[in-house]
Design a protein around this ligand. Structure first.
Ligand SMILES: Cc1ncc(COP(=O)(O)O)c(C=O)c1O
Length: 496
């Protein structure tokens, strides 16, 4: 096993580097006072003065104290942390996209609009939708956009009383949060023993108040919702809409389309599925696609093609308005476009297939390790991600999923997502993506095996981990399910 020790620099904050409050020289003041009255001239600026080399060294040191996708596997379930190809960065630099102003007349940016228009069409082809907006800046903002569209759709159609959104208990916290932000009541439904939507619970939860349902498929357990067409019929029968959380699109790209499963609205996380950097919480991009009959509800400006010209339309009849300035996060969208046209249609299918194969390979090796169990239908293959439980390990040794994750850092490996989805105790959610090689997966499993052995033999090693990183264990806010994620309205409490 490779040994690991992260750099540890005693690096100050950038604001602590360099001299502040430097006095502006008198001769400058004299010159400037010809144009600006003396009383408005600032003599001191509280901004550090740092030579370029120190700035570079400062940030290089910080990167040495960090982990990145270019350093190794990053198997954060639900986040699809794939390798970000360098050619997209190179081409983007050549395009000098930053020299275009967002307020330039469309006639002067026809090339850019052509790319955006084409990209929307590709997303429609992949998802089975008819029209897209590229505005939302993340998956969560896509969800809010979708929820606002559902709201407006019911208002326009005289069904304003439809104020409930159904969400399974395996959903990501952003789903209920977005529904709530759009003004809906959240009706949570439980998963069945196989980890799928419980159809009886769904039927009991559905009523004339149902505005729609938010689902991801495969779900956050990595299981394909086999009953998705039945779910779609149940919701459509009461004139509800189906929203597809596209966080897991990497599992089915090129193989199956949410549009064919009955979904009316989808979002796609470009920063996951199309290999663009996630950044420190952004910038991301979460385009939203809809079926034809919802096109007029999309945000404006809407990029369209008419009479041989790419145009920005502001005349969509029922538009929910703007959800982001101008066109969205252009630099993320362009990276995703470049990735898409470089890999092409056939390879997209290969990518998803490989992501699923990698995930199942990793899973089958992992569950041979003592203390690690696969809840919910353990015989069923998973899609691009899987969730194991360390409940048994905790019972045997007192060591938690959090401790194991911290110890993985000591081996120079990025831990998986933990404690999500909320329906699995001591959850660890792995998504190796198609970028992982067999060797890397084997190495990861070997490290995990060594760590679990340590847990049984010397648990203090895990409880005090990490020791080899620049920052040791930080003080974390532990707690139960945050109130904001709690359902406001349980499916059992039925209204008239
Ligand atoms: C299942 C699921 N839905 C929604 C989101 C929200 O996406 P974003 O982080 O782009 O806002 C995530 C993010 O990890 C997710 O995993």
């Amino acid at each position: 096993m490779r040994t690991f020790k992260q750099a540890r620099w005693n690096e100050p904050l950038i604001m602590e580097l360099g001299r502040h409050e430097e006095e502006i020289k008198d001769d400058f003041i004299k010159e400037i006072s010809k144009y600006i009255p003396e009383k408005y001239i600032r003599r001191k600026l509280n901004i550090p003065n740092i030579p370029k080399t120190r700035v570079i060294r400062h940030f290089t040191r910080l990167t040495q104290m960090n982990y990145a996708i270019d350093l190794g596997l990053y198997p954060l379930g639900s986040c699809t942390m794939k390798y970000n190809p360098k050619y997209t960065e190179f081409i983007l630099n050549q395009l000098s996209i930053d020299s275009i102003h967002p307020l330039q007349p469309p006639k002067t940016i026809q090339g850019l609009l052509l790319i955006l228009y084409e990209f929307k069409n590709y997303l429609s082809e992949i998802t089975g939708m008819d029209a897209f907006t590229l505005q939302p800046a993340a998956g969560a903002q896509g969800e809010l956009t979708g929820a606002l569209i559902i709201k407006k759709y019911h208002e326009v159609n005289g069904n304003k009383y439809k104020d409930e959104i159904i969400i399974p208990d395996s959903a990501h916290g952003t789903n209920p949060a977005s529904a709530k932000m759009a003004g809906f009541k959240v009706v949570e439904i439980p998963s069945n023993k196989n980890g799928l939507v419980d159809l009886d619970a769904l039927k009991s939860a559905v009523s004339k108040y149902t505005a729609g349902i938010m689902l991801t498929n495969p779900n956050t357990l990595g299981l394909f919702e086999k009953n998705v067409l039945t779910i779609s019929n149940i919701i459509h029968e009461v004139n509800g809409l189906l929203y597809y959380d596209g966080a897991n699109l990497n599992a089915i790209m090129g193989w199956a389309r949410p549009g064919d499963m009955g979904f009316d609205i989808v979002h796609v996380n470009l920063h996951k599925t199309f290999a663009t950097p996630h950044g420190g919480g952004g910038p991301g991009s979460g385009p939203v696609g809809v079926k034809e009959y919802l096109k007029e509800y999309l945000p404006i400006p809407y990029i369209d093609y008419q009479d041989g010209e790419y145009i920005l339309r502001n005349d969509l009849k029922y538009t929910i308005g703007k959800v982001h300035g101008y066109y969205g996060n252009i630099s993320v969208i362009l990276r995703a476009y470049l990735y898409l046209i470089n890999v092409g249609g056939r390879k997209l299918r290969y990518i998803s297939g490989r992501a699923v194969v990698n995930s199942n390979y990793m899973l089958r090796k992992m569950i041979k390790i003592k203390g690690i169990e696969l809840p919910y239908n353990p015989e069923e293959p998973r899609m691009h991600e899987f969730v194991v439980s360390l409940k048994k390990l905790k019972e045997d040794t007192g060591v938690s999923a959090r401790d194991v994750s911290k110890r993985l850092l000591d081996y120079g490996l990025h831990p998986p997502t933990i404690y999500f989805p909320l329906i699995v105790e001591e959850a660890m959610m792995f998504e190796p993506t198609e970028s992982a090689s067999k060797d890397e997966i084997d190495e990861y499993i070997e490290a995990l095996r060594l760590i679990i052995n340590e847990a049984y033999e010397n648990p203090s090693k895990l409880i005090n981990a990490p020791q080899n990183t620049s920052v040791k264990r930080v003080d974390e806010a532990y707690g139960s399910r945050p109130k904001t994620m709690a359902p406001t309205y349980k499916w059992l409490k039925k209204r008239d």
